[in-house]
Ligand binder design. Structure first.
Ligand SMILES: Cc1ncc(COP(=O)(O)O)c(C=O)c1O
Length: 384
């Protein structure tokens, strides 16, 4: 028996966890002011790069004495630049509760071969930060994009720590509070919460990270793309827009447009409220049903950006096939694109809820999720 399809569709079905939905109403014509065909070292290029840095600081409330750099290779570039430049001076603690965090563990243990304690938790769980030794350098991901589990706050990070904290905050920045005084290094990419373009990363360095850079030289060679010091001194130019190599001025313009939009919706608070409303609509949907649930076990750790869901209906025997079939139905109807769980994560769905997504679109998509689930269950029971 065919299940009745909902009458309305989301105006924008883009719920990908990266690249994420562009800002509402985005049109390429908004990039008309891009400094195309101009040098990024010319005044016009440098001014735009500096504006990108300073508006990032303003919206995120990054302290005046923290450096903000635009670096190559997206968030991955920013994290690896930090790890390769800073780690090795003391023992490290590598913390992971999903696949991106696990990737940084591999970097440190297998590539850099640093003496490290590895602390991991299963998908849906989180590592207890009260058990970590912050006199070591601690590397972690604030929001686990592939498990939908985030750190609720930085309270367990001591103010008088001896080690550095290196935080991959790519799916948290612009959606969640980040306690800057507890974070010595923070990274993110434009392609996540603000719906910008990939390939450009942001690296935020606190004073203690700069102190480490200027007092410690790693034992391994550093490619030019990672080098932040010259003659033992920080290359300050990187942090005022003199990028190490050539950025895309089209992407810079796109980021500036996204930052302007972020200000127009109330800055960080406005962005957080939008993400909370989006995720809240999904949480309410799950709470009212016994066949779907958040992957995050502790509600305090539920992500408001990468909302990861699992099907809990006991009639489902092949979880991966079922989730895939639901995802395919949603995609075929054009009502939810790119909502499959990440390839290394448990079977289920992942729905991006960052601020560029409209709550009305989440609300219009959820009845389709119900429809897709009911249709697949009906197919299963008919086949049995
Ligand atoms: C937590 C986390 N870290 C790193 C990355 C890699 O980001 P990028 O491809 O922008 O380098 C992602 C991408 O989804 C992510 O979610």
């Amino acid at each position: 028996m065919a299940i009745q399809a909902p009458a309305t569709r989301p105006a924008n079905p883009r719920f990908s966890s990266g690249p994420c939905a562009k800002i509402p109403g985005f049109e390429l014509s908004q990039l008309a002011d891009a400094a195309l065909g101009r040098s990024h070292r010319a005044k016009i290029g440098k001014d735009k790069l500096k504006a990108a840095i300073e508006t990032t600081r303003e919206i995120l409330g990054i302290p005046a004495d923290y450096r903000i750099g635009i670096v190559p290779a997206s968030d991955t570039g920013a994290v690896e630049m930090a790890m390769w430049s800073l780690l090795g001076a003391r023992k490290a603690t590598m913390v992971a509760w999903e696949s991106f965090g696990a990737g940084w563990v591999t970097d440190v243990v297998k590539q850099l071969k640093i003496d490290a304690e590895v602390k991991t938790a299963e998908y849906g769980e989180i590592v207890d930060f009260a058990t970590l030794d912050f006199d070591t350098d601690v590397v972690f991901t604030w929001n686990g994009t592939t498990s939908g589990v985030r750190l609720p706050n930085g309270d367990a990070i001591p103010a008088d720590r001896q080690g550095l904290t290196i935080c991959d905050a790519t799916s948290a920045a612009f959606a969640q509070d980040l306690p800057w005084e507890k974070l010595d290094v923070t990274t993110f990419s434009w392609q996540k919460v603000l719906g910008g373009e990939a390939a450009h990363g942001i690296l935020v360095l606190g004073p203690r990270a700069v102190e480490r850079l200027e007092s410690y030289t790693p034992a391994w060679p550093l490619p030019k793309i990672f080098r932040m010091t010259k003659g033992g001194k920080l290359i300050e130019g990187i942090f005022v827009g003199e990028t190490i190599n050539t950025p895309s001025m089209l992407c810079v313009e796109d980021y500036l447009v996204a930052l302007d939009w972020a200000k127009s919706v109330g800055g960080l608070k406005g962005l957080q409220d939008r993400a909370d409303a989006n995720a809240g609509a999904i949480w309410d949907f799950c709470a009212a049903r016994d066949w779907i649930d958040n992957l995050a076990v502790d509600p305090a750790t539920r992500s408001n950006t990468s909302v990861c869901l699992k099907f809990t209906d006991a009639r489902i025997t092949d979880g991966a096939a079922f989730a895939k079939a639901v995802q395919k139905r949603l995609e075929a109807e054009g009502v939810a694109l790119d909502v499959g769980a990440y390839r290394d994560a448990p079977a289920g769905l992942r729905i991006w809820c960052g601020g560029t997504v409209e709550t009305a679109d989440i609300a219009a998509m959820l009845p389709w999720l119900e429809w897709a689930y009911q249709s697949e269950i009906a197919a299963l029971t008919e086949a049995a």
